[in-house]
Design a protein around this ligand. Structure first.
Ligand code: SF4
Length: 595
């Protein structure tokens, strides 16, 4: 095993910024099309952004990316982790892990010293235990990322975990790490990050932190963080319930933000963040579990479980094993529905805590039914048949995040066109949609999805900053151009940044098309059939469902605004305008497009 450090061209930094931008560029340039995602040839990229490591609000994140074993396309996720900060202090903007170690290893980076250490005694242990053991050796300030048993066993939605409950890499980034026999990454950096204008950056950072503290929504945010969304989703009938059959849950109050507040024992957060949104409660086994909206909705209402401490126990199990909670809640809900309909022999019942806890372990270890579920809902639906693909809740193979879209067409479009599959991160337009009218399919909705994808999925993911100060508190976008200038001396307006975001989005789209070739079509950008075919039967939106013809018109509007053709492929002109002429040439050559 060897490690090589390389400089990169400053032009790349300006064109792609960092984070997701770097990851997309690296995977496009260096990954052979058609590579098996779990083979040694896949590349696992950890990439920070130009603001990472500085004392700026919510900037302690990195992006982890690879070809996804779950979807077969581009996969990534962001993680708030001390690894991000330590990586920059050690002098690295991105780390690419290639090949496969012969035996389990820990990648240790201490400034310029890079080692692969034997991880034989860590293999088989859960992510919390591994992190605690590594911290005993490397100290409390070391950056540590680990996988649990799910990543080792190549569960297709295994993720990467740190700080006992922060996790990322939904589309199987933990499985890619496991496939390389990489149990953990430890980074310790002792350098001082050179800012272009240090005094200005220090003052800006201090001013920005102060501004966040005084913003009106801050006080309530500190009490509940994203957990307030349970009540909001219930009121708006978008809380995923019983595998997205419904948008309201009879026991929503029991798993909501106000219930959580009474149980809260502490709050955790990512480095350099004063919004600390990880709310910690004791689970039903008296262990600590860090909650947020997505994991409570998916392991609560979506599987019919209305008891917060039990939900917390399932969440803790998922974090220990290194399983993505959103996909996990989906496969569990899918299995419960399949069992109810007699499509699988095993009895899996809505809301049964102990049996569900045991099934989660079976998934992590790939035992029995768990082995099939470990492949995700798309695979499981193909396997069991019986029209179950109509209620397998995924887009492009990635399970849907925690918003029911029977009556939310713009959010459905956001899920369908997200760059990794059905994830909410890039364009969380649902709150806006509830205000402007939820039944319409206007052009304005396609515009809003593009706008949010530029800001969140493009710029924030490339800067690797958290979206929550902006979306939850109203922290102004102009702060980020000022941060960028003070940190790097690069002066870019938001108009310039939008072009970078479009470049990244187009490149990721081309990555998908390169992998899927001629089989790529607009059907890849269509949300799950359930939302079109089975109306909600309860609550204020009773009878609501999506309209396919109107959805197709909205999707075509979306393509037009992006400069993509009717199949959802960036046109030659669009790629040229974004400086991606070579990408167009490769697509033409490899998959005979643009002929
Ligand atoms: S708001 Fe939450 S997710 Fe965002 S940086 Fe802060 S702690 Fe991390």
């Amino acid at each position: 095993m060897k490690a090589v450090a390389e400089e990169y061209d400053a032009k790349i930094a300006k064109s792609f910024l960092g984070g997701r931008g770097f990851a997309a560029k690296i995977l496009w340039d260096e990954l052979r099309p058609g590579t098996d995602a779990l083979s040694p040839e896949n590349k696992l990229v950890f990439a920070t952004g130009p603001l990472t490591g500085f004392a700026l609000p919510s900037s302690g994140k990195l992006v982890v990316a690879a070809k996804s074993p779950l979807t077969g396309g581009y996969g990534d996720g962001n993680i708030g982790t001390f690894v991000a900060v330590q990586m920059r202090q050690a002098g690295y903007d991105a780390i690419i892990v290639d090949g496969k170690a012969e035996k389990p290893v820990v990648l240790l980076v201490q400034d310029k010293r890079i080692e692969f250490l034997d991880a034989g005694d860590l293999w088989g242990l859960n992510s919390f235990k591994v992190e605690s053991m590594l911290r005993q050796v490397y100290g409390p300030n070391a950056g540590v990322l680990t996988i649990g048993q799910a990543g080792e066993n190549l569960v297709k939605f295994a993720n990467i975990v740190c700080q006992e409950g922060r996790a990322g890499g939904r589309p199987g980034m933990g499985a890619v790490m496991g496939s390389k026999n990489l149990k953990a990454v430890v980074i310790i950096g002792s350098g001082i990050l050179p800012a272009a204008y240090p005094k200005e950056l220090k003052e800006l950072g201090a001013e920005a932190y102060r501004e966040i503290l005084t913003m009106p929504p801050y006080a309530f945010w500190k009490k509940q963080g994203t957990m307030m969304t349970i009540e909001w989703s219930q009121e708006n009938s978008v809380l995923p319930t019983h595998n997205y059959r419904e948008g309201v849950f009879g026991k929503a109050d029991a798993i909501g933000g106000f219930t959580m507040e009474k149980m809260k024992v502490s709050q955790r957060g990512c480095p350099h963040c004063n919004m600390t949104c990880g709310n910690v409660i004791k689970d039903s086994y008296r262990r600590e579990s860090e909650l947020d909206y997505e994991n409570v909705a998916m392991l609560g209402s979506n599987i019919g479980l209305g008891h917060l401490r039990r939900v917390a126990a399932l969440n803790r199990a998922a974090d220990e094993f290194g399983l993505d909670t959103i996909s996990l809640g989906n496969v569990l809900g899918f299995a419960m529905e399949a069992s109810e309909k007699g499509l699988i022999e095993e009895k899996v019942t809505w809301g049964k805590f102990k049996a569900t806890n045991a099934l989660i372990e079976d998934i992590a270890y790939r035992r029995g039914l768990g082995n099939m579920l470990a492949e995700g809902v798309r695979f499981t639906a193909e396997k069991i048949g019986g029209n179950s693909n109509r209620w397998a809740m995924h887009v492009k193979g990635l399970e849907v995040s925690a918003y029911d879209c029977h009556a939310a067409p713009a959010m459905a479009l956001a899920f369908a066109t997200s760059s990794i599959g059905a994830h909410h991160k890039d364009a969380w337009v649902i709150s806006w949609e509830m205000k402007v009218g939820r039944r319409g399919y206007s052009e304005e909705k396609a515009d809003k999805v593009v706008e949010f994808q530029r800001i969140r999925g493009g710029v924030f993911e490339a800067l690797t900053v958290c979206r929550l100060p902006w979306i939850e508190l109203g922290f102004e976008l102009e702060w980020y151009t000022r941060f960028l200038r003070a940190a790097t001396s690069v002066e870019m307006t938001w108009k310039d940044l939008d072009v970078v975001a479009d470049r990244i989005y187009a490149l990721i789209r081309c990555f998908w098309v390169r992998e899927f070739g001629k089989s790529w079509s607009m059907e890849m950008d269509v949300p799950p059939a359930r939302w079109f075919e089975e109306p909600i039967t309860k609550g204020p939106m009773k009878g609501a469902k999506l309209d396919r013809a109107k959805y197709d018109v909205m999707l075509n509007n979306y393509y037009r605004k992006r400069g993509w053709d009717e199949r959802g492929i960036p046109t030659k002109t669009t790629l040229k305008n974004l400086g991606l002429e070579n990408v167009a040439k490769q697509l033409k050559r490899r998959v005979k497009l643009f002929t």
